[in-house]
Design a protein. Structure first.
Length: 401
């Protein structure tokens, strides 16, 4: 270890060398420049999801909650209990169930801003299987009018092209809003990139501090005899070896130090700027959670008093984050699948079965039920239910007889 190498003295006299006159200016200007991490999908996923606990928890929390929401399928007249689209969503492929497929799809959208679903065996109507494809491997091929004519899926040197023919696309592309891109979405991970860099840097600083390598916690002052204030090379090497062997690292934290004559220990406290690192880290964590739409209280960030209690935060999480995402994705899937079957159906979340929204739903049902000026069909429409089925003609005629 070379923790105290910066204290070493060099007996060698530096040789004179020629250098550009602008060199010191360039070095000075660059030393204070902020360095941000790469903004490509691979680095953002690695630094913001696999290496950051706040980003990981936010993505998992949204994806799992969204995938667990119960779904209903209906058209303008009825709500289906049995339907080929429901069977497909329930078991999209032999290796995945509904929750697995949707969690993967929501996760891709949160990490990259884009989600791609592949339809397999759709030549005879509703596809036989559905598969979620990795967004970082997919690229859109626009036509002369700007609309996609194909999608390329690349893995290394291999590439497969999905052609869009006759208005039917084997790929369902779900993307978030991006004000500066016509074909790809903007992910929360990109919006939180700066906060992720700050949070990761603060974590690295804390780890370095624990390893006792960020800065010395004190200074050893040598007061030699007869005014000599410097150690001999042998004394210095011995002191350095003992410090590295017995007083460096987390396992040696708090170990008392035995100093010989002439050596004095001067402790160093942390400066106010050092103590601000934890507050900076918590502020960055709140920014990350805010970018994903997750109340900080739900990911364990202390000091947040935006919501009165956990129940209110959970209700806001479902109302403002989970439901809009699920509604957007299910609307795209149902429109895409309706093009194969030729039957216009709507797939949407069943809010009556969301425990976090039970209080709001009860209040809405009570208000609608108490509105006497509304007809039954109008009340059903306000509650998101299909119109009441009309009685069968044969049954009406038999009753008249």
């Amino acid at each position: 270890m070379a923790v105290f190498d910066f204290l070493k003295r060099s007996d060698e006299t530096p040789q004179e060398s020629k250098a550009s006159a602008t060199g010191p200016v360039i070095a000075y200007r660059g030393s204070g420049r902020v360095v941000w991490g790469p903004r490509d999908t691979a680095n953002l996923t690695r630094n913001g999801f696999t290496a950051n606990p706040v980003g990981f928890r936010a993505v998992k929390l949204i994806a799992e909650a969204a995938a667990a929401l119960p779904l209903v399928l209906q058209d303008a007249e009825q709500r289906f209990d049995v339907h080929p689209v429901l069977d497909l969503i329930t078991r999209p492929n032999p290796a995945q169930g509904r929750a697995d497929l949707l969690e993967m799809l929501f996760g891709q959208i949160l990490l990259t801003g884009d989600g791609y679903v592949e339809a397999v065996g759709f030549e005879t109507g509703v596809p036989m299987e559905l598969h979620v494809l990795r967004s970082d491997r997919m690229s859109l091929v626009p036509g002369a009018d700007g609309w996609p004519v194909a999608y390329d899926y690349s893995v290394g040197a291999k590439k497969h092209r999905f052609h869009v023919t006759e208005g039917l696309s084997p790929i369902c592309h779900v993307r978030t809003f991006h004000p500066q891109d016509d074909h790809y979405g903007l992910s929360p991970m990109q919006a939180a990139a700066s906060a992720l860099d700050v949070h990761n840097a603060a974590s690295a600083w804390s780890k370095a501090l624990l390893d006792n390598a960020a800065r010395p916690s004190g200074a050893i002052v040598y007061s030699g005899m007869e005014g000599h204030g410097s150690l001999t090379p042998d004394q210095y090497d011995r002191l350095l070896a003992e410090m590295e062997a017995h007083h460096v690292g987390a396992r040696n934290a708090g170990r008392p130090m035995l100093l010989e004559g002439g050596l004095d220990w001067k402790p160093m406290g942390f400066s106010p700027s050092d103590m601000e690192f934890q507050k900076t880290k918590e502020a960055a964590a709140r920014e990350i959670a805010s970018a994903f739409g997750v109340p900080p209280m739900l990911v364990g960030i202390p000091g947040d008093a935006t919501y009165a209690n956990y129940q209110e935060a959970n209700r806001a999480f479902y109302r403002l984050t989970v439901l809009p995402l699920v509604s957007k994705v299910t609307a795209s899937l149902s429109h895409w699948l309706s093009a194969f079957s030729g039957e216009q159906v709507v797939l949407k979340p069943d809010m009556d079965q969301v425990p976090a929204l039970a209080v709001e739903r009860d209040q809405q049902w009570a208000r609608v039920a108490g509105a006497e000026f509304l007809s039954d069909d109008e009340k059903r429409a306000l509650l998101g239910l299909p119109a009441r089925p009309s009685p069968d003609t044969d049954d009406v005629e038999s009753d008249d007889e």
